[in-house]
Design a protein around this ligand. Structure first.
Ligand code: C2O
Ligand code: CU
Length: 486
């Protein structure tokens, strides 16, 4: 049967070796050590957060009151490389929020981390973000306070930065993956439970793409298609695969890499944790043929999109996946870089004890409300847990870095669960993984599996930048720290 055939294909591909580290690395030739500056605004956008209804359980089931920007689930902003956006954010929710521009390199004051970079935007309040877009690619934005609650109820948007050098495709589809924790009446189940928060996370059972059970799409026969796939779930790690068409990975977290045929990846899939994105190029089959895109991680495959080939005048021809233009990113000097090591671990009592900023630091008196913290610490980075419960001070930075200097950061996962680790305000190079699972690539979030060690490198940009797990419950129960770069 169908499913069996696909499972055996997966097992067959599983025999493939891990990728060589040197494979598929697209170096950008230009070194730009500067931080993108805002400069003159090219476009002003109003953005509000509030409630809206979505029928997640089905057309004749009760709707769910979700959170969304501008009343539109996963509101999408399309902009051009070089744009300078001015985004006036209005908080129309009953709780404080901020907006974080995930993966965007920008001045620290617009990074959206309450306390560290800005005050919390209270209900009815406004904050104006100025966001320079120097890097083309697939990005997203989301709140950075009570993320388990706010993002868990749907608050997130897509930010696509187009480059005039982008190759032309016959069709492009944005696929936003998110699960929901729903009760039968359409309301939400608890978005976090201790057993989830302290382990792999609390999973949603209602799986969606673009807020629907699945997408049924069409594209011209023998045409070229670009997929922008975003895992914005709070918890779930997914194994993305494509069947029925030759396909290649062309970008990770928005950043171009030398195209890697999907069949050359270990198991024929790209493993993607929360907050990670990929761009995939594929060649449609002949008329009537169907391409299937799914998450192959669980025993029950979640086929979230199919694309059916429509009549077209295009002839069948060989597929050469088109490479995307690379961003001009500051390139770390790996020889001279200072190396830092951080271990992801479960919180011990020592991790939770007072480890505040020195009292003369202007941020030292930050109160717990504006830290948006959880109640319990289950996780830590190097014995230090982001404050939870009654701990009322912002913790000391994990490290103090020099602006413009290169760093290699070794991330060791000493836990039994995978953690997608995100550094704000930078694009980093993933330079090595102990499993040899990862090609060299640029990213803003990297999945570190249980027992694995991953090394990243970057040029430090000035500011206070958080470094955290993007399984939202993990970040809110301790697995977050920050770097001070001066
Ligand atoms: Cu998308 Cu601090 O994260
Ligand atoms: Cu985690």
């Amino acid at each position: 049967m169908h499913t069996g055939a696909r499972l055996s294909r997966r097992a067959f591909l599983g025999a493939g070796a891990a990728l060589g580290v040197a494979a598929a690395f697209a170096p950008s030739r230009v070194s730009e050590a500067r931080v993108p500056s805002v400069g003159p605004i090219t476009r002003s956008i109003a953005l509000s957060a509030g409630e809206t209804e979505l029928r997640l359980l089905g057309p004749d089931k009760p709707p769910t009151r979700i959170l969304a920007y501008d009343g539109e689930p996963f509101r999408t902003i399309r902009a051009k490389k070089g744009d300078r956006l001015e985004i006036a954010f209005d908080n129309r929710m009953h709780e404080g929020s901020t907006v974080h521009w995930h993966g965007i390199r920008l001045p620290n004051e617009y990074d959206g981390v309450p306390t560290l970079t800005q005050p919390l935007v209270q209900p009815g309040g406004r904050f104006v973000y100025r966001v320079p877009l120097d890097d083309p690619g697939t990005f997203f934005f989301h709140p950075h306070c009570d993320e388990t609650g706010q993002a868990g109820r749907g608050l997130a948007g897509v930010l696509i930065v187009e480059d005039e050098r982008d190759p032309k495709f016959d069709a492009e589809f944005v696929l936003v993956l998110k699960d929901w924790r729903l009760a039968e009446d359409g309301g939400f189940l608890a978005l976090s439970e201790p057993d989830g928060a302290s382990k792999a996370g609390t999973f949603g059972a209602t799986r969606t793409v673009n807020g629907k059970p699945a997408e049924r799409l069409e594209a011209p026969a023998n045409g070229d298609v670009r997929l922008r796939i975003l895992n914005i779930d709070s918890t779930r790690v997914m194994d993305i695969g494509v069947e029925g068409a030759p396909a290649a990975l062309i970008a990770v977290d928005g950043h171009a890499l030398d195209p890697i045929p999907m069949d050359d990846l270990p198991d024929g899939i790209w493993r993607m944790g929360p907050a990670q994105r990929i761009d995939v190029a594929l060649r449609m089959p002949g008329e009537g043929g169907t391409v299937r895109i799914g998450d192959y991680r669980a025993a029950e495959i979640y086929e979230f999109a199919t694309i059916t080939a429509q009549p077209s005048r295009r002839a069948a021809r060989r597929f050469h996946p088109p490479g995307l233009p690379a961003a001009r990113l500051p390139r770390p000097d790996l020889k001279r870089a200072e190396q830092l090591t951080f271990t992801l671990q479960q919180a011990t009592d020592a991790a939770v004890k007072e480890a505040g900023l020195p009292p003369d630091d202007p941020l030292a008196k930050a109160l717990i409300d504006s830290l948006c913290v959880g109640a319990t610490a289950y996780w830590a980075i190097d014995q230090q847990a982001w404050p939870t419960g009654a701990q009322r001070k912002l913790p000391a930075p994990l490290a103090r870095l020099k602006a413009g200097a290169s760093y290699r950061v070794v991330i060791k996962n000493g836990t039994r669960f995978p953690h997608p680790i995100h550094l704000h305000g930078h694009a980093f190079q993933v330079i090595d993984s102990s499993s040899k699972r990862l090609p060299r690539h640029w990213a803003d979030t990297v999945l570190v599996q249980s027992g694995e060690t991953v090394e990243i490198a970057f040029v430090a940009a000035p500011g206070d930048w958080v470094f955290h797990c993007h399984i939202l419950e993990h970040m809110e129960t301790g697995m977050m720290g920050w770097f001070r770069v001066v």
